[in-house]
Design a protein. Structure first.
Length: 279
């Protein structure tokens, strides 16, 4: 009798749209790993009970956490990696040999692998703009600053939130904060949209001349059609304007390697999912 496959899951609310089960099934088939990966609708009030049941009686080995659970997972972890500590958010929980839970954050490395390795965007010496100041931004700032941009500006509707982030990461590189109105008259080489605007079909208020020649636009969100920000980038002359599907696959690959000790090849998975969307 064959042993039962190891159990993994993604928790979030809502979760029906998640591509993670498909991605991890493709990774498992590619690498010959025996596992089962499920999507579970877990809202914030139910998180603690769901985690206890999953890692307790159910014998789960690892969990990915998406909105609105990343900060709760950060608090729940028994120990944190350095990148999770900086992010103050956890998207990957790993059950260790002694039963304790390690919390990690693979969002930043997932973004950088897609942006820099897959798409060949150069950050060294670039003027980088990050739109938004929520939890997603906290997870990507340290990896972005490690690539030594000439400047990194955080723009947010509420200036105070952007200023708090800039202060928290100031020792890692040249990071400053502005309100959206402070973008007038400035231009950037790389613009990253980490606001929730794309999820509601909206767009941050952006100046028409925001992009330098050859600039790149990247939306951390993804969808079945180009997001408003991706369309804005294409309409305003960006050399490259794409969404975060590649980041989703790359951060999943990092979690898969943490859990299974083997790194899947992300390129065929990104190509397959991209071809299925048809744009």
């Amino acid at each position: 009798m064959s042993p039962a496959p190891d159990l993994y899951a993604v928790f979030g609310h809502p979760i029906g749209h998640s591509k993670s089960p498909r991605i991890h099934a493709l990774f498992a088939a590619q690498t010959g790993q025996m596992l089962r990966y499920e999507a579970r609708d877990v809202d914030l009030p139910d998180f603690e009970a769901a985690i206890s049941a999953f890692f307790g009686p159910e014998g789960g080995r690892g969990v990915n956490c998406t909105l609105p659970l990343k900060e709760a997972a950060w608090r729940r972890a028994d120990e944190l990696t350095e990148r999770a500590r900086l992010a103050r958010a956890v998207n990957t929980l790993i059950r260790q040999a002694d039963g304790t839970l390690q919390g990690d954050n693979t969002d930043g490395v997932g973004l950088l692998r897609d942006l820099c390795d897959n798409l060949a965007v150069e950050l060294l010496g670039a003027a980088v703009l990050v739109l938004g100041a929520g939890g997603a931004v906290r997870g990507i700032l340290a990896p972005l600053l490690e690539r030594q941009p000439a400047a990194l500006v955080i723009a947010n509707r509420t200036l105070e939130r952007a200023e708090t982030l800039a202060r928290d990461f100031a020792d890692l590189g040249p990071v400053t904060a502005v309100g959206f109105e402070g973008l007038r008259g400035r231009q950037f080489d790389v613009v990253l949209n980490a606001t929730a605007a794309s999820l509601s079909g909206d767009l941050p208020p952006l100046p028409e001349d925001l992009l330098r020649p050859g600039a790149c636009c990247y939306d951390l969100a993804y969808g079945s059609e180009p997001t408003p920000f991706v369309r804005w980038g294409r309409e305003h002359g960006a050399r490259l304007s794409v969404d975060g599907l590649g980041m989703l696959v790359e951060q999943a690959a990092e979690a898969f390697e943490l859990w299974r000790g083997v790194r899947p090849d992300t390129r065929p998975v990104i190509e397959l999912l991209s071809a299925e969307r048809g744009f």
